[in-house]
Design a protein around this ligand. Structure first.
Ligand SMILES: [Zn+2]
Length: 192
């Protein structure tokens, strides 16, 4: 059984945060999920876009956390705690965090994303034109880049496919250029 199938079985085919049955997919819990069912949850696209900070936080969507925070699945509790932390300027979310109980190792895991420091403001990875970048996008270099200590040719106009957003820095993405994975500043790329 694939991870996705296991998650569908665990969640009865619904988003493990808001119980929606629409456009479900696997969310790998940052910072380093190994992709198995213990470190992934099944979520709908509305939840996922906000989890991944691709969409602005909509407090009205997250009343569901009052239920999901009591989940018996540690990964669901951890993600619920992180979202409540991002929403903590809302008194209901602050109250929920106070009521929540996490085991020591779960709390360490929950804090590993740094979201409890989050002001609630969402920052996006944006290209040189201000277009929002997402994992998997293709971008073009708008400047020839020097890659220190390597022979990598990162010339202007080169397309970089399947980029990854650097989790804790909205000014950086990673991508393969000339066969090598490098970090690229978002101000030097244009979304294709
Ligand atoms: Zn959802």
């Amino acid at each position: 059984m694939s991870t996705e199938q296991k998650l569908h079985a665990r969640s009865n085919g619904s988003c493990e945060l808001c119980e929606s049955k629409e456009s479900l997919s696997v969310y790998e819990v940052p910072p380093h999920s190994d992709g198995n069912e213990d470190e992934t949850i099944l979520v709908c696209e509305v939840c996922k876009a906000q989890l991944e900070k691709r969409a602005a936080l909509d407090a009205n969507h997250w009343g569901c956390l009052n239920t999901s925070m009591w989940s018996e699945v540690p990964a669901v509790k951890v993600v619920s705690w992180r979202m409540l932390s991002r929403l903590k300027t809302n008194s209901w979310a602050a109250d929920a965090i106070d009521m929540m109980y996490l085991e020591e190792d779960q709390l360490t895991w929950a804090r590993a994303a740094g979201d409890e420091e989050d002001s609630g403001e969402v920052e996006f990875h944006k290209d040189s034109n201000g277009a929002i970048l997402q994992n998997g996008d293709t971008v073009t270099l708008i400047k020839t880049l020097e890659v220190k200590g390597s022979q990598v040719k990162a010339n202007v106009g080169v397309a970089v496919r399947n980029i990854r957003l650097v989790h804790d820095n909205v000014e950086q993405i990673e991508g393969k250029v000339d066969g090598q994975q490098i970090v690229i500043l978002t101000k030097f790329v244009k979304k294709s």
